[in-house]
Ligand binder design. Structure first.
Ligand SMILES: Cc1ncc(C[n+]2csc(CCOP(=O)(O)OP(=O)(O)O)c2C)c(N)n1
Ligand SMILES: [Mg+2]
Length: 403
């Protein structure tokens, strides 16, 4: 049983509007060895799964209703989203290797968690991402090239958050959980029926900010969904260093439901996130989704995972690849033919080219722009620093002139 299974269709809301507890036994993964975790079977009873790694659709009475209207065209759309997102991500990694970006945080392996949850959001919902939510950004309609400016070091963000209700990438681990909760509390005060979703990682679950956000959201019954992508690693720290209980069970202690979904299953990720957003919009408060997935690549392009994890772990997770499993399903159900896959391949390559050209054409920012926007009305110290920087820049004038 998943924690939420008692709460999904019987939300227990007291007269005061608070969600009730979600009594579930702790299953105790304490001390689980890396190899055991990597080999975790898809039949894990804790895990909400609608598509097996072999692409077989399995029934789930609790969550099937949330994807009951899915058509073959919708499934092809989810597949297309994942393929294009992976292609964009691979291009960004290459661009970093070519010296065009300073850094890149790859989402490789997490496409289903991001596309499933991202496609569950409504236009008027608000999304608070980390630095790895390229698939969610895609679903929100943020042009992928705009994600790259910050990683090239030419701007501080690259898009207007209110343009797509998609906040700027947040590097300070877990802080966006508080921003999201505050925003969600504001929505309630405005009387709107939209919801908020906050993304964060397994490592972030250890941050005070995230736990404070859980408590505020619970106490104020805020319409916020906490979407934790448990990709098994926080840079070089494994899950065992973050928690003594499965992460989704943390919700129980704060008084709202938690559910663990197969984060490599796009359909299950879509269904579970729809469930959580729906109940938040109905005024039933927060929920925690733990999307159980895997970071197939390095933490960022500055990281070398071979220093701290075994390759057999990655190989075991490759068998659960999110894109491959949906492809298997599409093919077995005759929902997509060679023509579809071929066209998508061509579209992927065109996207790669577009991203490459856009990055290379990004103009360098004005050197003095970094002193702007620190204070609305200026500040003596910033003025002093600007002047010192100007003098430093001027000291190169001779050298430049002499070349
Ligand atoms: C407050 C804070 N502490 C430390 C860091 C350095 N840091 C950057 S990413 C990271 C690990 C985050 O792991 P997780 O939350 O699992 O997300 P993932 O990178 O796996 O998606 C850390 C510790 C930071 N950015 N902010
Ligand atoms: Mg992580």
């Amino acid at each position: 049983m998943t924690v939420e299974s008692t709460a999904a269709h019987k939300p227990r809301r007291s007269a005061g509007g608070k969600t009730g507890g979600t009594g579930t036994k702790a299953t105790g993964t304490t001390g689980t060895k890396r190899t055991t975790r990597a080999a975790k079977k898809s039949t894990d009873p804790q895990l909400v799964q609608l598509l097996t790694p072999e692409g077989e659709r399995v029934a789930n009475p609790e969550y099937d209703p949330y994807v009951a209207g899915i058509t073959p065209e919708d499934l092809r759309g989810l597949y297309r989203d994942m393929v294009l997102t992976r292609r964009f991500d691979a291009e960004a990694t290459s661009l970093q290797r070519q010296g065009e970006l300073g850094l890149w945080a790859s989402l490789l392996g997490q496409e289903a968690a991001q596309i499933g949850s991202g496609r569950a959001t409504r236009e008027d919902d608000y999304v608070f991402p980390t630095y790895r939510e390229h698939g969610v950004a895609w679903c929100r309609g943020v042009d992928p090239t705009n994600l790259l400016g910050m990683f090239r070091g030419v701007n501080n963000g690259g898009w207007d958050p209110n343009g797509n209700n998609f906040h700027l990438y947040t590097i300070v681990i877990g802080s966006q959980a508080l921003h999201a909760t505050g925003y969600a509390m504001g929505i309630t005060m405005d009387g709107a029926d939209s919801a908020v979703i906050a993304y964060f990682g397994d490592g972030a679950s250890s941050q005070g900010d995230v736990n404070e956000a859980f408590n505020f959201a619970a106490v104020y019954n805020a319409p916020v969904v906490f979407f934790c992508q448990n990709n098994q690693w926080a840079i070089s720290e494994s899950n065992e260093k973050q928690t003594r209980v499965p992460l989704y069970q943390r919700a129980q202690g704060f008084g709202f439901p938690g559910v663990r979904v197969d984060g490599n299953d796009v359909l299950a990720s879509l269904a579970v996130t729809r469930w959580a957003l729906d109940r938040a919009r109905r005024g039933e408060g927060p929920a925690l989704i733990e999307a159980f997935t895997y970071r197939m690549g390095a933490h960022t392009t500055s990281d070398d995972p071979s220093r701290y994890r075994h390759d057999d772990e990655r190989i075991a997770w490759e068998a659960k690849d999110p894109i491959l499993r949906l492809r298997r399903h599409l093919e077995a159900a005759n929902h997509a033919d060679e023509g579809f896959f071929g066209e998508l391949e061509a579209e992927s390559e065109a996207l790669g080219r577009r991203v490459r050209e856009a990055v290379r054409a990004m103009p360098d920012p004005d050197r003095f722009a970094l002193f702007e926007h620190a204070y609305a009305d200026g500040h003596a110290l910033v003025d002093e620093e600007r002047a010192r920087f100007a003098a430093y820049q001027a000291s190169f004038a001779d050298a430049e002139g002499g070349q």
